[in-house]
Unconditional design. Structure first.
Length: 147
C-alpha cells in the first residue's frame, strides 16, 4: 500500500564557468544514468539560500567566495518520487552562480562530475524534465544578461 505524500524541501546551485565555447555547467554524477546539480535538504533552522551554499560546499568543495551569485535568478524543481512505499513530493529551489574554479572535490555520495556545454548537459538531464527546464531557464538568463 502506498502511503500519502510527504514533502521534502531542498535547495541547490546551478554553477557555470565561462569558456570560449560558451558556458559550461557543473553536473554531479550519482551513478547509473543520474546526473544533476549540487543540491540537498534544507535543515529546520536554515533559509534556502544558506542551505544551497552549504550543500554546494559539501558536495563540490566550492565556497560562497568561489561563486558569484546572479541575484535575480531563482527557479524551482517540483516532482514526485518513491522511497520504498512512501511517495515523496520534492521541491528544490535553485540559485545560479558563476565560478572560475575548474577543480571540484566531490563528496562520497557522488561518483564523478563534469563541466558540460548546454547541449550536453541537457542530454544528460533529459530524463528529468524539471532539471532540464531549470537548466534551460539558467541558460536563457545568462544569455539575456550577457553573462
Amino acid at each position: 500500500m502506498i502511503k500519502d505524500s510527504t514533502r521534502e524541501i531542498s535547495a541547490g546551485v546551478i554553477i557555470y564557468r565561462r569558456t570560449n565555447e560558451g558556458p559550461r555547467f557543473l553536473l554531479l554524477y550519482h551513478g547509473g544514468q543520474y546526473w544533476n546539480f549540487p543540491k540537498g535538504k534544507i535543515k529546520a533552522e536554515e533559509k534556502s539560500f544558506a542551505a544551497a551554499i552549504r550543500e554546494t560546499m559539501e558536495e563540490t568543495g566550492l565556497t560562497a567566495e568561489d561563486m558569484r551569485f546572479k541575484n535575480r535568478f531563482k527557479d524551482y524543481e517540483k516532482y514526485f518520487f518513491f522511497k520504498g512505499k512512501n511517495r515523496i513530493f520534492k521541491i528544490v529551489t535553485f540559485y545560479l552562480a558563476e565560478t572560475r574554479k575548474r577543480e571540484i572535490r566531490i563528496s562520497e555520495e557522488h561518483e564523478g562530475f563534469g563541466w558540460f556545454l548546454y547541449r550536453d548537459a541537457r542530454r544528460l538531464l533529459k530524463s528529468y524534465y524539471d532539471s532540464e527546464s531549470v537548466l534551460k531557464k539558467a541558460r536563457e538568463f545568462i544569455r539575456a544578461k550577457n553573462l
